[in-house]
Design a protein. Structure first.
Length: 413
């Protein structure tokens, strides 16, 4: 499939505009990083790298952020962070927040931080009414024990097994069908095995709290530091390996240009992460490594066409050969990059909060990686050829032209 034929765009003639655009994007992104890290004393790292505690909380209504922040400050957790999440899923808008604590000196203090967050939530929003436990936080085993003790179904035999199954179905319906928050016990009336006496028992024994703990993560500072260093070295190893490969397959200047272009892609992507307030986690590192491979592949396709055209178009200047190579691969670039961009865009829009940072890195990376192949890598090779290889190429062209003139003159005679 070919979208464009006989394209004749002077890409190298516009190289200065590409370089200017890249410098502007790099400046904006890294000014944002400077403001976040230096001026505001923030961080770009997620919990995977910096270490700390994250508690995911879902509220029955709109999250009371101000009330929650005040409760955390009163408990001495002034350095905690609160991030709202609102994903559109099957049940509509989710009222979730992520409460984070910065890294501490030991894993024990991290676990204490998690417990403090839970205590603040209980004290601020309550976990029960008149001593009754919160149904939205009860475990299946505790619920089964309570149902067995009350025996609302009047089971004579095998009551324990029946109530264990019923408790599993009730908690599954709470978590899957109602997002972890039940606001009225009548919402459970459609669960298999639930009768009016069961609903009455639940109503009398349990309260319905306004929040539920969805998940909790703890990463120690040592583990976070190790992961951070490993991620940096993994990226550098990938760039170094690709430099060696391209230098072996083409020339070292091609490898250097490709690595500079990929490094440029990573820096711009990190700048966008700071601008849009995304944190760098292990999944983001996976996206960046994917971006490195994707951008490098697109660059190699153009360089391979340049190498072929150098043999076929000996009379044309090197910038003209590069322009022709980019134009010849333009349809392939638009087809592959366009389809990849649409895929990651759908993943970003519909993939949910868990994949949000990963898909955002891919969306930015596909665009910047495609652009850098012809806007950064190719101009670097052209500039190097101009100041180091241009004289030899002009001599080859002139010699070929003179030889051709002699052949034509001899044929005329």
């Amino acid at each position: 499939m070919e979208f464009f034929r006989n394209v004749n765009v002077d890409w190298m003639g516009r190289a200065k505009y590409f370089v200017t655009l890249s410098l502007i994007l790099l400046a904006i992104g890294w000014i944002s990083i400077y403001r976040t890290v230096v001026l505001k004393h923030g961080t770009l790292y997620g919990i995977d790298f910096r270490g700390g505690t994250l508690v995911y909380v879902r509220f029955a209504g709109t999250p009371p952020i101000d009330k929650l922040r005040k409760g955390l400050e009163q408990a001495g957790l002034k350095n905690s962070t609160i991030q709202g999440i609102s994903d559109s899923e099957k049940l509509g808008s989710r009222n979730d927040v992520v409460i984070g604590l910065e890294q501490s000196e030991s894993d024990e203090s991290l676990d204490m931080g998690k417990q403090k967050i839970l205590e603040v939530l209980q004290a601020t929003f309550g976990g029960g009414v008149a001593g009754r436990p919160d149904f939205n936080s009860v475990s299946p085993s505790d619920l089964a024990s309570d149902l067995t003790r009350k025996d609302p179904l009047l089971l004579a035999t095998n009551a324990g097994d029946r109530y264990n199954q019923l408790a599993e179905r009730l908690t599954m319906a709470r978590d899957s069908d109602h997002g972890g928050i039940v606001t009225n016990f009548e919402q459970l009336s459609n669960v298999a095995g639930v009768t009016p006496p069961v609903i009455q028992t639940l109503s009398s024994d349990y309260a319905l709290g306004s929040f539920a703990i969805r998940d909790a993560e703890i990463v120690g500072p040592r583990v976070g530091s190790q992961l951070r260093h490993q991620a940096v070295w993994a990226t550098l190893y990938a760039l170094g390996g690709m430099l060696v490969y391209i230098a072996f397959r083409f020339e070292w200047v091609y490898g250097a240009a490709a690595v500079i272009a990929v490094f440029h892609d990573v820096l711009i992507t990190l700048g966008f992460f700071s601008l849009f307030h995304y944190e760098i986690s292990l999944t983001v590192i996976a996206a960046l490594l994917t971006l490195v491979g994707y951008s490098m592949n697109d660059t190699i396709v153009i360089f391979d066409r340049v190498r072929e055209n150098l043999r076929l178009m000996k009379r044309e200047s090197f910038p003209e050969i590069v322009n022709r190579s980019i134009n010849q691969t333009l349809s392939r670039t638009i087809l592959t990059s366009g389809l990849t961009f649409l895929t990651v865009l759908v993943l970003y829009v519909m993939g949910g909060e868990v994949l949000r940072a990963f898909s955002f890195a891919m969306v930015i990376g596909v665009v910047v990686g495609t652009y850098s192949s012809f806007g950064i890598a190719a101009p670097i090779v052209v500039v190097w050829n101009k100041y180091h290889g241009g004289r030899q190429q002009r001599m080859t062209v002139r010699a070929g032209s003179a030889a051709e003139k002699r052949v034509v003159a001899a044929a005329r005679r």
